[in-house]
Design a protein around this ligand. Structure first.
Ligand code: SF4
Length: 307
């Protein structure tokens, strides 16, 4: 797929809009170095930007450099990750810092091919860190970029319609400006996707690209709900109407202030507070998985954050 003949116009309209409407975030500041970009990219994978902006400074105070982070124990980095959820990411980020120190002399690689060899860094994160930290002109495709590019590349009847990944990448490679830093370009596309051209709602009437977008004003929200299963994803196990990951996070949070650890009964009392009978096998499965993931350890009858 080729970029539309309006490529130049799309670029200039979007960049002009972004320079006027961009939300201020630490990772968008000119002074944001590669380390801040690396940390924020991992945080942003599954946590909303305003929440990351709120918690990032404390994490950076605690671990001001890749060398400090590399020396952190599991428990130390999990505590510093408090409030961000998906605690496994904290351990993978620390492991990436260790690999950067051990294999790259403490300098974060700029080449996506090297970045992807770091623990916890997948293809998206590698491209994203290269683009945002070093302005490497690479194709970055996250959920926001994919959605916006799909709608700009060809008319999309429904908000759930997306182009295949290879077509999005081809369009993205044509769309990437030659004279604008890739970091600014991707911030602009992602900002549009986060605030105007959203997953379930499109504000075409307020969009700077409505005059050049083939989906403008015609794209509609599908009727009826599409379940995770029908979209091909395995539904997350639930307990008391809430996904398992929330219960995992609550157990880890409950152990933050107890370096001496807590018994299973104490964990159950604190986390599963209702008077309903508790399914102990569910709790044991959660605890076992948290131990396997390196987040907890068991000392005798007590569970604590992995030191
Ligand atoms: S005009 Fe509508 S569909 Fe097109 S990019 Fe803007 S918000 Fe998205």
């Amino acid at each position: 797929m080729r970029a539309t003949k309006d490529t130049t116009r799309i670029r200039s309209l979007l960049l002009r809009w972004y320079r006027k409407h961009a939300r201020a975030f630490p990772w968008r500041e000119a002074s944001a170095g590669a380390y801040l970009i690396l940390v924020s990219e991992i945080m942003l994978q599954q946590t909303q930007a305003p929440r990351v902006a709120e918690l990032l400074p404390a994490f950076l105070d605690r671990f001001p450099s890749v060398h400090h982070l590399a020396q952190a124990t599991n428990a130390e980095v999990i505590r510093a990750w408090k409030g961000l959820g998906y605690n496994n990411r904290a351990l993978r980020l620390r492991d990436a810092a260790r690999a950067i120190v051990a294999d790259h002399g403490g300098s974060i690689p700029r080449d996506p091919e090297l970045l992807i060899t770091l623990p916890g860094i997948g293809p998206y994160a590698a491209a994203s860190i290269a683009a945002f930290a070093f302005d490497v002109p690479t194709v970055v495709v996250d959920v926001n970029v994919r959605r916006v590019y799909s709608r700009l590349a060809s008319p999309q009847p429904l908000t759930t319609d997306l182009l295949p990944d290879d077509m999005v990448r081809q369009f993205g490679s044509h769309m990437l400006p030659r004279r604008t830093p890739p970091s600014e370009w991707y911030n602009a596309v992602m900002e549009l996707g986060a605030t105007v051209c959203m997953a379930r709602r499109t504000a075409c009437e307020a969009c700077p690209l409505s005059s050049v977008c083939p989906s403008a004003h015609t794209i509609t929200v599908p009727t009826g709900r599409t379940s995770a299963t029908s979209r091909g994803r395995t539904p997350e196990p639930m307990f008391r109407g809430e996904p398992r990951r929330l219960w995992r996070g609550r157990i880890v949070a409950a152990l933050h202030q107890h370096p001496e650890g807590r018994t299973r009964s104490a964990v159950i009392r604190e986390v599963f507070t209702s008077l309903e009978p508790i399914d102990v096998s569910f709790v044991d499965d959660l605890l076992d998985r948290l131990i396997k993931d390196g987040l907890l350890q068991r000392i005798g009858q007590r569970y604590r954050l992995h030191e």
